[in-house]
Structure formats: C-alpha cells, structure tokens
Design a protein around this ligand. Structure first.
Ligand code: NAD
Length: 271
C-alpha cells in the first residue's frame, strides 16, 4: 500500500529529484546509512565520508574491528556475517530503531577468489556466492520498504571483474556480474518508487583484500607488476577514491543517476 501510495509521485519531478530530502523536509544531517564490509578498506572510508556529510551510520562487518567505529557516537557498529540468514533484516531494523529512518544502503562486503576453474570446488562456488551475492539481494529487499519512504538509494560495490574477462577469477567474476545485473534490475524496478540503485566497479584498490591476494601468489612482486601494468594510470586506486564515488552516487547531486555502473579503475576497462 505504501509503495502504491508513492507511485503517483513519479509524475512530479520536484519530488522525484529531491531524492535526499524526506517528505518532512528533514535536513541532510538526519539521514541514515547502512554500510556492509565497514571494518576496513573501502567500506571504512565510506563510513568516514558519510559521517563527514552528516549521515548516521550502521556499520556491519564480520570483523570485530568494526567496533572501533563506535568512537563516533553516530556510528552503530554491528559485528555480523552478512551471509547469515538473519543479518540483513537485523541490520536494517537496527538502523531504523536507532535513527528512525533509512536513506542509503551500501552493499560493500565481499571476498576475493583468484583460482583457475579446474582447482575451484563446488564449496568455493557456494561460499563466494553466499558472501558476495545473496546478502546484496537480502539487504536490498530488507531495505527497500524503508528506502521507498525516504526516497533513498542503494549503492553496490561490484568490480571490473563483473564487466570484463579477467583470468582465473571465474567464480569471483560471476559474483560481481550478478551484482552488476541486480543493480540494473533494481534500478528499473524501483525507479517509479523514487529509489535509485547504482554500483561502483573498482579496478585494483590498495586494501587488505589485494595485499592478501598478492601474498597468496607464488611471485607477489611479479603479480603486482602485472596489476599495475593493467591500469593505465600506473597505480592501484586508493580506497578513499572508491569511497568518494560511492558517496557521490548516494548524494543528492546524483538524483538523475540510476542503473549506472561507475568504474573507478584508473582506465582499466577503457584500455
Ligand atoms: P577489504 O578486505 O579491505 O574489506 C572488506 C571488508 O568486508 C572487510 O572488513 C571484511 O571483514 C568484510 N567482510 C568480508 N566478508 C564478510 C562477511 N561475510 N560478512 C561481513 N563482512 C564481511 O576489501 P575491500 O577492497 O575494501 O573490498 C570491499 C569491496 O570492494 C568488496 O566487495 C570487493 O569485492 C570490492 N572490490 C575490491 C577490489 C580491490 O582491489 N580491493 C577491487 C574490486 C572490487
């Protein structure tokens, strides 16, 4: 009923493009975000940037390090595995219970797997989809009723591996391709409800994620050289560069952008 009641708003551009002001006219400082994978790397920088913009944040991560974020009184940390059945619903309810509303969902938690397909097991496949894909679906579904109410948005962290072929990443690339496609699907499905859905597609980003992948490599120095050579700017992105793109897509300035996959890849895909 709530969704139907809001459907008529699609005819009113003034409301449609006023994506980040609630119907009560709340200022930006009243806005609330849920960020997954928030303990380190890109997600941590997203929390920092959202806080600088005045958002209140529920920060979800399987790592207990996420508790450090509680030093900022407007960040509520939640130590939980996004792949557990109850996590998505609990995180969204926590945001609404703590802050009264939900404006932004950032589905960022993810794990990497670089492995030739002949060495990749069914368990590898299931485990990666359980962490990288199903939570994006579940968090989005749980958040949507609240995002409709605030005319909010979703930003997903995909990867260039979801856009182009990359050697020895078949299952990881499939998970990121699924996120790309869910982003487009939800953007279409939710546009008339005033909810925008976008994604970033990072190339190599200088986080623990990449460092751990390189450490597992037989020749980490050679692996790093190949990575850098693949990026025309000659370096990995900093996590904050990706965080800025995520916060841009979440912000009112992006009210006309939905269904977009924004590469933050130093020219990798262009190349
Ligand atoms: P990171 O490893 O530094 O951070 C990822 C965070 O997600 C960690 O804090 C980790 O504890 C958390 N996490 C992992 N599994 C989880 C689970 N089951 N439940 C809850 N939290 C979980 O990595 P990052 O580089 O910041 O990666 C963030 C996102 O960016 C991921 O989705 C990743 O696929 C994507 N990405 C990263 C790169 C890169 O080169 N680093 C490139 C493209 C895309």
């Amino acid at each position: 009923d709530r969704a139907h009641a809001l459907l008529h708003l699609r005819c009113d551009p003034a409301v449609l493009y006023d994506n980040h002001t609630s119907r009560r006219g709340d200022a930006i400082v009243d806005m609330t975000a849920v960020v997954t994978g928030a303990a380190r790397g890109i997600g941590r920088d997203v929390v920092t940037r959202l806080r600088a913009a005045g958002y209140r944040v529920v920060a979800v991560d399987v790592s207990p390090l996420v508790a450090e974020l509680a030093e900022d009184g407007w960040v509520v940390p939640m130590t939980a595995d996004v792949s557990a059945d109850a996590t998505a619903g609990a995180a969204i309810e926590l945001a609404v219970a703590e802050f009264g509303r939900l404006d932004v969902l950032v589905n960022n938690a993810g794990r990497f797997l670089r492995r030739p397909i002949l060495d990749t097991t069914d368990e590898d496949f299931d485990a990666l989809f359980a962490i990288n894909v199903r939570p994006v679906f579940r968090f989005s579904r749980a958040a949507l009723p609240h995002l409709i109410g605030t005319r909010g948005c979703i930003v997903n962290t995909a990867s260039i591996s979801g856009l182009i072929g990359v050697a020895n990443q078949s299952v990881y690339a499939m998970t990121k391709g699924a996120i790309v496609q869910l982003t487009r699907q939800l953007a279409i499905e939710c546009a008339a409800l005033g909810v925008r859905v976008n994604a970033v597609a990072p190339g190599a980003v200088d986080t623990g994620f990449m460092a751990e992948a390189r450490a597992a490599d037989p020749d980490p120095a050679a692996s790093l050289a190949v990575t850098l050579a693949n990026h025309p700017i000659g370096r990995m992105s900093a996590p904050d560069e990706v965080a800025r793109a995520i916060v841009f897509l979440a912000a009112p300035e992006s009210a006309g952008i939905t269904g977009t996959i924004l590469s933050v890849d130093g020219g990798y895909v262009a190349r």
